[in-house]
Write a protein that binds this ligand. Structure first.
Ligand SMILES: Nc1ncnc2c1ncn2[C@@H]1O[C@H](COP(=O)(O)OP(=O)(O)OP(=O)(O)O)[C@@H](O)[C@H]1O
Length: 270
């Protein structure tokens, strides 16, 4: 890697399982202090790409480079917890390894749920649970935070509060954040780069702070509050509901062409 700020970089990365490519031609990078949001429909390969960035999955083609000694914190989309067993928030924090009591307390304080350290996980609200998961991920002060749908199970007010918290974590800890969102049009306003996936990178760009626009008002209404922004897609092809792909010249093929979408370069950020 050329820059000390570059935490992880995927280049033309692909993962092949059971005779098919789950994702192919995936390229993006996350720098220190940067928030990158992956969007795309269900099954688009967002979690798979995030897991390649984490190093949990090794690419079958292309490359994934991580900064030497990179530490990561991960909030997975699902957590395999047996809800019939009692589990306190404090215990949740140490499931994957021991943590000093001070680090647990500091992380819970940081996400605003210090008072819930002894609460049973199954009694938490959706927003409190996501905060507990965030606390677990930041407790070891990772360089890179990977958040797979961090606002799931949370209402709009909770979503805005969580985005404010995530951006505060980025500022205070100076980490890079790779976030997955299932919303195709609305992303966290503080996102630096949006990467739209559908088996490959369809387009990349920046969200628009368009709080005054009609499009924003009709899509977000009162829930915007400056925490959310719109992402306008700029594809050179369309994924049809039956899985086929319509290209700019009107032709329809079974799959994307290898270079579809790849001429949209990620925008550079300071
Ligand atoms: N280990 C695996 N073996 C085989 N197929 C897998 C594996 N993991 C994921 N898949 C498949 O890869 C595709 C991409 O899955 P992935 O979870 O990355 O998508 P996603 O964009 O995160 O979807 P969602 O929004 O539904 O969470 C899906 O078709 C999924 O069924």
């Amino acid at each position: 890697m050329h820059s000390n700020d570059l935490l992880v970089s995927l280049d033309n990365a692909g993962l092949h399982r059971n005779g098919r490519w789950l994702v192919r031609g995936v390229g993006f990078s996350v720098r220190r202090g940067e928030i990158v949001t992956l969007i795309g429909p269900n099954g688009a390969g967002k979690s798979t790409s995030a897991r390649m960035a984490l190093g949990v999955l090794a690419p079958d083609e292309g490359s994934v480079e991580r900064a030497a000694g990179l530490t990561v914190g991960y909030v997975p989309q699902k957590l395999a917890i047996d809800h019939s067993l009692p589990l306190t928030v404090r215990r949740l924090m140490t499931l994957t390894g021991p943590l000093p009591a001070a680090a647990i307390a500091e992380a819970l304080e940081e996400v605003g749920i210090a008072h819930l350290a002894r609460a049973e996980v199954q009694t938490l609200s959706g927003g409190e649970f996501q905060r507990a998961m965030l606390a677990r991920a930041i407790a070891r002060k990772p360089d890179l935070l990977v958040l797979d749908e961090p606002v799931q199970g949370v209402d709009h007010a909770g979503e805005i509060a969580l985005y404010a918290l995530i951006s505060r974590i980025r500022e205070r800890q100076g980490c890079g954040i790779l976030m997955i969102s299932h919303d195709l049009h609305v992303v966290m306003a503080r996102t630096d780069t949006v990467v739209c996936l559908n088996g490959h990178v369809c387009c990349t760009g920046t969200p628009e702070a368009v709080s005054g626009s009609e499009a924003y008002q009709s899509l977000l209404g009162a829930r915007g509050d400056g925490a959310l922004a719109l992402y306008r897609h700029d594809h050179d092809h369309t994924h049809l509901p039956d899985g086929k792909v319509r290209h700019a010249d009107g032709s329809v093929t079974e799959h994307c062409h290898p270079d579809d979408g790849h001429h949209h370069e990620a925008q550079e950020h300071a």
